[in-house]
Design a protein around this ligand. Structure first.
Ligand SMILES: NC(=O)c1ccc[n+]([C@@H]2O[C@H](COP(=O)([O-])OP(=O)(O)OC[C@H]3O[C@@H](n4cnc5c(N)ncnc54)[C@H](OP(=O)(O)O)[C@@H]3O)[C@@H](O)[C@H]2O)c1
Length: 274
């Protein structure tokens, strides 16, 4: 991965941080996104130390804020010449319904719309860097969901795990639609389930409190498929697929519905003013 530049959201903790370590170990220039300097700087130092690679950088953005996502894309575009791999990884599961500054339900905003908006804002850079890759971290729980068009903001009822599963289905629908729209550009888009890893997010999914991150080796296990999709020559040119344990798998039947994916794309574009 020498001379490759990788941008990873949620790169300060859990699976995203382990993905950053793994790609930095392979020689990539790695840029992590964290919501604050306080959250990002200790991770940055740790990723540099663990990987032995000093070409690791931090950009700050709260991905619940569309204004900050736009600033993040502008910062990246002005500071880095190319983008070979974008890993959309940041995720959250608040136990009670929260609303962002844009008036959107938090999980929908961070787990789906942030992937959608950041990717679209960086598409020109990805295309100019082709061959390039977009890697979207979804989850196996996507298959337990469908899209509730009548209540996308979950105003009528909020079950944190159900809402999470819906956003993870959106990750798969978005990936497949993105791959179709990028056909012929040299930019691929794939998604994955990382495994079940005892991170802060997992504790939240299970309704537990957790004050510390999972062990590094457990996070490293969770990062394997992201690193594979970001870096392996085996998946050069492979696009529009879902992976588990570094192997292509079928995602849930509804995720292949192109009408659904187009509808989600159009609604998402409206909600982020694209
Ligand atoms: N762990 C599992 O078993 C599992 C299973 C399937 C899928 N996944 C997926 O794996 C991905 C990574 O999750 P994880 O398990 O590694 O969880 P994690 O350790 O809680 O990491 C989540 C990351 O997202 C960041 N993040 C959340 N909200 C943000 C915001 N508003 N702005 C900026 N950054 C934000 C977090 O930052 P802070 O540290 O500041 O909160 C953290 O860096 C997620 O997409 C998740 O859906 C995980």
């Amino acid at each position: 991965m020498n001379r490759k530049t990788c941008l990873i959201t949620g790169g300060n903790a859990g699976i995203g941080k382990a993905t950053a370590v793994g790609l930095a170990k392979l020689g990539a220039t790695v840029v992590i996104v964290a919501r604050s300097r306080e959250r990002g700087e200790p991770a940055l130092a740790d990723i540099r130390r663990q990987s032995g690679n000093n070409a690791v950088h931090l950009l700050v953005a709260d991905l619940a804020s569309q204004r900050q996502i736009r600033q993040l894309a502008a910062d990246f575009n002005s500071q880095f010449d190319k983008l070979d791999v974008l890993v959309n990884n940041a995720g959250v599961i608040p136990r009670t319904r929260q609303v962002t500054e844009d008036g959107l339900e938090m999980q929908f905003a961070v787990n789906h719309l942030a992937y959608f908006l950041l990717t679209n804002l960086l598409l020109d850079k990805l295309k100019a860097s082709a061959p390039a890759r977009v890697v979207n971290v979804s989850s196996m729980v996507h298959s337990w969901s469908s899209i509730d068009w009548a209540d996308l903001q979950n105003e009528r009822g909020y079950d944190a795990s159900d809402v999470y599963a819906q956003t993870k289905l959106m990750n798969v629908l978005f990936t497949y639609e993105l791959a179709r729209r990028l056909a012929g550009t040299g930019v691929t888009a794939n998604c994955l389930h990382p495994g079940v890893i005892g991170t802060k997010l997992y504790a939240s999914y299970m309704g537990r409190r957790q004050s510390h991150d999972a062990a590094d080796n457990e996070n490293a296990r969770g990062a394997q498929t992201s690193i594979y999709l970001a870096a392996s020559p085996e998946v050069e040119g492979v696009t529009g697929k879902y992976f588990v344990d570094k192997r292509e798998r079928r995602s849930t039947a509804v995720s292949y519905d192109e009408t659904l994916a187009r509808r989600l794309w159009e609604i998402s574009a409206q909600l982020v003013n694209l």
